[in-house]
Design a binder for this molecule. Structure first.
Ligand code: 2BA
Length: 107
């Protein structure tokens, strides 16, 4: 048995979690914070059989692929007035750890 820890953005986690559930995986969601950006993210905990790990990773990847989004930049003083210009930022992606489970007990 393996334990998957998947860190993904708060935007992607509901869809990823739903898809995992629909495909028979049990999921626990933790509200976490990135140490570098200090922004909120979500860590999904999934315990599953070894042969199911790749399926879970594929599902998570489907709902958290890296993509670019256009967002308004912070307003800056330009051309004689404060203006906000759209900038392209990369969002999404997942950081996934797969750990061996020594013992699994449900009481
Ligand atoms: P990612 O590498 O995609 O990491 C996204 C989040 O995943 C991280 O949020 C952290 O919560 C978790 N994470 C990633 N690798 C991990 C690991 N080896 N162990 C434990 N947790 C891990 P943040 O720490 O806020 O980082 C956000 C983004 O900032 C990272 O995206 C990376 O692109 C960048 N970054 C992180 N640390 C950096 C550093 N020391 N120098 C430069 N850029 C850094």
């Amino acid at each position: 048995m393996k334990l998957i820890l998947a860190i993904l953005s708060n935007d992607d986690s509901p869809a990823a979690s739903n898809a995992l559930n629909k495909n028979g995986f049990q999921v626990t969601k933790l509200a976490t914070t990135g140490g570098f950006l200090r922004a909120g993210n979500t860590t999904l905990i999934v315990g599953c059989e070894d042969e199911k790990v790749q399926d879970a990773i594929n599902i998570i990847g489907e709902y958290s692929s890296k993509r670019t989004e256009i967002v308004p930049s912070t307003a800056s003083y330009d051309i004689g007035r404060y203006a906000s210009f759209p900038v392209e930022v990369q969002v999404g992606g997942a950081t996934i750890f797969v750990l061996n489970v020594e013992q699994f007990v449900k009481l």
